[in-house]
Ligand binder design. Sequence first.
Ligand SMILES: [Zn+2]
Length: 258
Amino acid sequence: MKCTALSALLLLVQAPAAALHSSALRPSLDAPGIVTHGPRMLKAGSSREVALTFDADMTPGMEGELRSGKVRSFDNETVVQALEKTNTPATFFLTGMWAQVYPASALALARHLGFEIENHSYDHPGFSQPCYGLAMIPDAQKAANIERSQRAIEAATGETPRYFRFPGGCAAESDVKKVEAAGLKVVHWDVIGGDANQPDPAVIVKDVLGRVRGGSIVVLHVSGGHAPATGLALPAIIKGLRAEGYTLVTVKTLLGQP
Ligand SMILES: [Zn+2]
């Protein structure tokens, strides 16, 4: 994984630049029980399905940035507009805290027929360290954090998530077990969209189109603020993927869930 890809994962923390380029920061993407992509092959040949996913991060620190006016919004409406305009299904991994800060947006996402709502923890802590400078959550609080997010998302949207994505992709096997005990399946990604802290949409388009394969799960962000150009990049991403023959689907569809 390239350093740029690693730094792209760092949506919200102000970690020292040196920390972003440490090889020790590779998230546990390949651990047992973690889905990183859908089928590469369909019965009739190679899969042409790809899932675009959008994380809605929120931490107490980000909430503080909103209150102080340092960041105007962590709800990037241009992402949803670009998806709607092109009739593109998508999966949103919400932190419970984001759903509480933006309940109207969370509900609108859930009411959208083409969108799927999933769980991205309550307040975006690091479940294992190192994790891009994210605050570590004590073991004893992890199960409650997962559940708290589940309840916050249900309260805001009426939807019960079935998938869980660890912040930064950081998790130990014991964490995966905790997610499974809560009745959820861990879903990460195989393509980093590179939209975090990236002001140039052309870079994001190139990152996504250059890395996608059949069955890919692409991680992007809907939280704006620290991912300002995602909505600007989406029209070209969607057009480019469809031009290559890919069908854009939700994670649920990609994984063949009923
Ligand atoms: Zn995240």
